[in-house]
Design a protein around this ligand. Structure first.
Ligand code: G3H
Ligand code: 13P
Ligand code: ZN
Length: 330
């Protein structure tokens, strides 16, 4: 049994309280490997932003759960070495069973998500409450979810979303004791969020998808004032990254993500954690493809993973400075 406290990690409680009061959101970036971790920490140290290092169960299968925990422990030391000890949360993304959450808590995670959003309301409460009881006994914070996002949530593929019902949130929060709540207001997981035909063209010739349901978010805020809200599926799918990928041999479909202005608006409200994974995948892929096209003879992984890491860092700094507003909040 390892406590996150011994590893120099923090839970999300204080970070969320400050973020809600300050009108910004903490970045929750997914990682599966060394280069992603390095890019996240370097970007957050340089901008002095707190950060949530997020691990999905897919990441655990890919990289080995013990190695990921040691990478997060290393991240604490790495941040100090880079010159600033930012607060770092190690969080399980989309946990689907009590056993998985317990295993993460027992191995040093400081925060877990129990995603019972696909279950009945009663079963969601039951499972979430069970996780909260164990987690709180160990000082670990818990994120629950109400409402279903379209796209891939770990191994569960949901084709259709269902928005969060604001009338359920107060009861859910009270009965489960969760520390934060993920909601569904029109975002979805993955890079293929909206097809161009679902969007309208604005005056600058940019495709704009249907707006997020800010009316639902406001209704939720009214019912649980000051309670930390989490936004999943918040990648913007930058057109220039998709363009670079396709210009260098890729075959990605035309796709539109969540406009950054809408995410900024969400971050200035009760949304205090914004999850970004797909944009990072696009940034890495764009950089790697470019290296291979420009230098087909390259075979040293450092020569393509290095540029991928640099591109990721640029993306994360942009998100922190221009979307989340979490710079200088560490
Ligand atoms: O919400 C899902 C995250 O983007 C993690 O994706 O399950 O492919 O690691 P993954
Ligand atoms: P994106 O696929 O939009 O990056 O969302 C990631 C996410 O919500 C992880 O939980
Ligand atoms: Zn998610």
């Amino acid at each position: 049994m390892v406590s996150y406290k011994e590893l120099g990690l923090v839970n999300s409680k204080d970070l969320f309280q400050k973020a809600v009061k300050g009108g910004y959101a903490i970045p929750a970036f997914n990682f599966n490997n060394l280069e992603q971790m390095q890019a996240i920490i370097a970007a957050c140290v340089e901008t002095k932003s707190p950060v949530i290092l997020q691990v999905s169960s897919g990441a655990r299968k890919y990289a080995n759960q013990t190695l990921l925990r040691f990478l997060a422990q290393g991240a604490v030391e790495y941040a100090k070495e880079l010159g600033y000890a930012i607060p770092i949360v190690l969080h399980l993304d989309h946990g689907d069973t009590f056993e998985l959450c317990k295993s993460c808590i027992d191995s040093g995670f400081s925060s877990v998500m129990i995603d019972g959003s696909h279950l009945s309301y009663e079963k969601n409460i039951e499972l979430t409450k069970q996780v909260v009881e164990y987690a709180h006994a160990h000082g670990v914070t818990v994120e629950g979810e109400l409402g279903v996002l379209a796209g891939i949530e770990d191994d569960v593929v949901a084709e259709h979303s269902s928005y969060t019902h604001p009338e359920e949130v107060e009861d859910f929060v009270k009965k489960t004791g969760v520390d934060s709540l993920a909601i569904s207001i029109g975002t979805s997981h993955g890079a293929n969020k909206f097809k161009p035909e679902q969007c309208t063209l604005n005056a600058d010739g940019v495709l704009v998808p249907p707006p997020l349901k800010f009316d639902i978010l406001e209704e939720i805020e009214k019912r649980i004032p000051g309670f930390p809200i989490v936004l999943h599926g918040a990648s913007s799918v930058p057109a220039e990254l998709v363009k670079t990928i396709n210009a260098n041999g890729g075959k990605m479909k035309d796709t539109v993500g969540i406009p950054e202005e809408q995410l900024r608006r969400a971050a200035s409200s009760a949304v205090c954690k914004i999850n970004i994974d797909s944009d990072g995948r696009l940034a890495m892929t764009a950089a790697v493809r470019k290296v291979f096209v420009e230098n087909p003879g390259e075979f040293d992984p450092r020569k393509y993973l290095g540029p991928a890491r640099d591109q990721l860092k640029v993306l994360y700094k942009h998100k922190i400075n221009n979307v989340l507003g979490s710079a200088d909040k560490a």
